[in-house]
Design a protein around this ligand. Structure first.
Ligand SMILES: [Zn+2]
Length: 556
């Protein structure tokens, strides 16, 4: 007697999981890879008939690779949720690759996993919804209404294994047949490998988990156990007060302090003329996105060692705190990426202050509001030695640049007032971005003025250090936003503005001459210099300190 399971095999309109996975793989290889096909259509390797043939082979190659992976998951109960997941992932990454020319790698996925509701709201748009409907909605509408064959476990298991095996065979054949073209394409156009959808998402997520899980399980390594206050602290009534401003998505190319033709830094230009401010014009970031740059900036390791470190280390803030100083992290953005776990943290982004906050986010001036009270609330014994405040800005975070400046600072009009950058002219886009820089100029100058008062009226030897976490592409070579792998990223994404401002009192205390700094300000620097320069400015002594990395040292 036949079991009901066997009977269902022959019913019309009942589908095998393997067939559905095959169709899914083909759909993803073709429709889910529009950015890849667009990129391939313009490279010289794919011109002529040989190129067409190669592109066809590449499509089969991608379908086979997907089939090999998805076959292993082709279980009756799993096929539909699996399809939902991969189609949504493919639709999202297709949209961002097409609209902004970004590519999907591990740091981009880290960004995705660390994003929050506010950032998502900035990104949601009609074209994004359209890409969901066409790339994911249509196939799901068909697929979710199919009936699926149920087989006993082992029967399904060997079919899945066979499906994967056949797919691997096809993959090997296509690879052999087109090896020469495939190898030269990958060598000459490295970005292509990050465009293969959704293998890029799967690979990047896997790499991210592989990197993070072992690192998270390892013990945090302490650093700077030998740190102590230098001689400038003894017999002193005055204490250092340093504000470290972490900029967001500010690129050096749009700072008039660095030679940009539009007056985007009017207030800081005045401070420079008055003599306390220095603009460093050749600074490069550690990474091309917040997730990569921020921890690297505060690390003692420097970019190369930070990126290859297999265990987590404490950071600059821990060393400052260990030296006995009071440390306060103000966050007006997406959080401190685990940097500020052991110091006092205040999230200003979610505060409610009329005129400064709206729709779940605040303008950067919020970090100056109530700052005296926030500092007064820190440990008095630590405050008596010195205070370091980190301000994590919202800066020029895109793509909704127009949200990053209040009406009074919208100097350049008309500005792009949508997050669909392609709907704006280049001029409108630049206007919106430049307005965010004008506002950042105001925030930084206001911070310096606040610090100046602390030095003149109070007993603080005050200083400010500002550096952006990474830059931004604004349509150059059709690239938008940031986050390209470092080796592929244009200078716009890595060349960042950096500013120091020293009160007269801090100049006296540290012995640093600003006129000297201004002369040296064209020397190439990176985020790697930050750790040592802050230790040097604060006169903290530890074996971690490297004088040759301290940009203040030649001017003391
Ligand atoms: Zn950032």
């Amino acid at each position: 007697m036949r079991s009901p399971i066997d009977e269902s095999l022959n019913l019309p309109g009942v589908w095998r999981p393997g067939t559905l996975v095959l169709l899914l793989s083909c759909w993803l290889a073709l429709a889910g890879n529009l950015p890849l096909w667009r990129a391939l259509s313009v490279v010289p390797e794919t011109s002529g008939w040989r190129g067409v043939l190669f592109s066809l082979g590449f499509a089969v190659w991608i379908a086979a690779a997907l089939m090999a992976l998805l076959s292993l998951l082709a279980w009756p109960r799993l096929v539909k949720p699996l399809a939902v997941l991969v189609l949504l992932a493919a639709a999202t990454s297709t949209y961002f690759m097409l609209q902004y020319s970004v590519v999907i790698d591990a740091t981009m996925m880290a960004n995705v996993f660390n994003t929050d509701a506010r950032e998502v709201r900035d990104l949601v748009s009609w074209p994004l919804l359209l890409s969901f409907v066409v790339l994911a909605g249509l196939p799901l509408w068909w697929l979710l209404r199919r009936k699926i064959v149920r087989r006993p476990f082992w029967s399904q298991a060997w079919r899945n294994g066979l499906g994967a095996l056949v797919a691997v065979g096809v993959l090997a054949l296509v690879t052999l047949a087109s090896f020469q073209d495939l190898a030269s394409l990958m060598r000459n156009h490295k970005e292509v490998r990050y465009l293969i959808n959704p293998l890029n998402v799967i690979y990047a997520s896997g790499k991210l988990l592989g990197d993070r899980i072992p690192r998270a399980r390892r013990q945090m390594q302490t650093i700077g156990l030998d740190v102590k206050l230098g001689p400038s602290y003894t017999g002193q009534q005055r204490t250092p007060l340093v504000v470290m401003v972490v900029g967001e998505t500010a690129r050096a190319a749009n700072f008039s302090l660095g030679g940009y033709a539009r007056p985007t830094n009017p207030e800081m230009q005045q401070l420079k003329a008055a003599g306390g401010l220095t603009y460093f014009s050749a600074v490069h970031s550690c990474g091309t996105n917040t997730q990569a740059s921020l921890p690297c900036m505060f690390s003692h390791l420097g970019k190369r060692d930070y990126e290859s470190a297999s265990q987590p280390f404490e950071n600059l803030l821990d060393v400052l705190q260990r030296a006995g100083l009071a440390v306060l992290w103000l966050d007006n953005q997406s959080g401190c990426k685990d940097l500020c776990e052991r110091v006092t943290q205040v999230v200003t982004r979610t505060l409610e202050a009329p005129g400064l906050c709206e729709g779940g986010e605040c303008l950067d001036e919020i970090m100056l509001k109530d700052l005296d009270e926030r500092i007064a609330a820190l440990d008095p014994a630590r405050r008596a030695r010195g205070v370091v405040v980190v301000m994590h800005q919202m800066g020029s975070h895109g793509p909704a640049y127009y949200r990053r400046s209040p009406a009074g600072y919208k100097k350049f009009l008309p500005e792009c007032s949508t997050n669909v950058l392609q709907n704006c002219t280049r001029e409108q886009l630049l206007n919106a971005y430049d307005n965010s820089v004008v506002y950042t100029d105001h925030v930084l100058a206001s911070t310096a003025r606040w610090l100046d008062e602390k030095a003149r009226v109070g007993n603080a030897d005050s200083a400010m250090v500002y550096v952006s976490d990474h830059g931004e592409s604004l349509g150059e070579n059709n690239l938008y936003l940031h986050g390209l792998p470092y080796a592929l990223a244009p200078d716009f994404q890595t060349h960042v503005p950096m500013v120091t401002w020293l009160s007269a009192a801090m100049q006296k205390r540290s012995g640093v001459r600003v006129s000297c700094l201004q002369q040296q300000a064209g020397e190439p620097l990176t985020h790697d210099n930050l750790f040592h320069s802050l230790l040097g400015l604060l006169d903290l002594q530890t074996s971690l300190y490297r004088k040759e990395m301290d940009w203040f040292a030649p001017c003391r």
